[in-house]
Design a protein around this ligand. Sequence first.
Ligand code: SF4
Ligand code: SF4
Ligand code: FES
Length: 223
Amino acid sequence: MPTVTINGTSVAVTQGTLLLKAVQNAGIHIPTLCHHDALAPYGACRLCMVLITAPRRALVASCTYPVEEDLAVETHAPEAVQARRLALEALLARCPGSDAIRKMAEKEGVTASRFSLLSHEHSDELCVLCGLCVRICRDLIGAAAIAFVGRGSERKVGTPFDLHTEACIGCETCVDICLMDVLAPNPEEGMPPVVAYPDECWFCGSCVDMCPQEEQGAGLKER
Ligand code: SF4
Ligand code: SF4
Ligand code: FES
């Protein structure tokens, strides 16, 4: 069993344990967003950064870092706290209206962001791109019905072409795992797909009536 020194205290951990888990088991809180025990390590949000001081000195994402013999870590070294605050500032800039992010940031001492990543039209953005929904749908449910689409500030979770997909089995696991309340169950009873609805869609149905392609119109209607 490797021995790891966490904030000056030595603890024995099982080989292969992730550093985040070792830290949590030691009763130390560090913020996380994209990590889930049921999913493979991802390392996207950078909220769980810690400073390892042996066998080398480096800032690492603890959720992707497997423990090794004689590892030493300082979870609240100034560099680590600074890295986590920087990640929270980036998230605040992306989702300025998110209560969940604001609360998380305040807990870490961040009340404002120095960044401005999005234009005003995105001020209602809630998705932090943690990928939990996409990964659980693909890796645990086995449906792969949703994915990240678009680039940069336009990146979002959706189905191919934002349309109804036969791949979705309507299990709503993606809805349950989303901490940001971005995903919602399909409002139409009896319709299985549960996807990230674009905020601008009112489900008025006009597109279905106007669509010259009968097949595509039917597809839109199903959604
Ligand atoms: S509801 Fe559909 S998109 Fe969501 S996890 Fe289940 S299969 Fe995937
Ligand atoms: S929709 Fe929710 S779970 Fe999916 S990436 Fe965005 S914040 Fe994460
Ligand atoms: S929880 Fe570690 S990078 Fe997101």
